[in-house]
Design a binder for this molecule. Sequence first.
Ligand code: DX5
Ligand code: ZN
Length: 220
Amino acid sequence: MAVQISPSILSADFANLAAELERIRDADWVHVDVMDQHFVPNLTLGLPVVERLVQVSPLPVDVHLMIEDADRWAPGYAETGASSVTFHAEAAQAPIRLARELRARGARAGLALRPATPVEPYLDLLDEIDMLLVMTVEPGFGGQSFLDAMLPKIATVRRVIDDRGLDVWVQVDGGISADTVARAADAGANVMVAGSAVYGSQDAGARIAELRDLATRHRH
Ligand code: DX5
Ligand code: ZN
């Protein structure tokens, strides 16, 4: 599967989202960070904004839920027509049931792990999900530094996915830039989220191309 680039609008101009979507036309997805000020110490946007983004976005929407009680709230995001909905393992009581609910609503189901959450307890769930998100910063804010300590976790999940012949994507989110994307790709990630690196660039399209090229050349 080709490398995919999913720019995060967390670093976009929230007063000009339609124009900000245009800047990332060359990407594969738009990554939308939903934060509830409980699961993480930041508050962003919720269901009405995601509904509208799904309607107007030229790219499929990749929702990253950083919210408590995912079992209760995540299915509603799948009902917006978002193509991918990722919830945090730490915020779900019944991750298998929830993943099935997301898929039943037509979304790809993603499972996210905070940096301190080991992947081993979740390896048996890989059959039930479409993507595993390895957070490479503490969730909550853009612009933080990539945590190299997450590289072994990426490598572990990639090895298990390949050994079992599964088609589960491995996403990385946090601190992805031209300096770090190759390491993430080498370890086995194939979906790259980048917020500040893309939106902080004068030429977002060129930055997306650069990230794609680096990741493809270092693809596991
Ligand atoms: C952080 C969010 C990320 C954020 C990444 O909790 O989940 O998607 O936008 O931002 P950068 O790429 O700047 O680290
Ligand atoms: Zn995110």
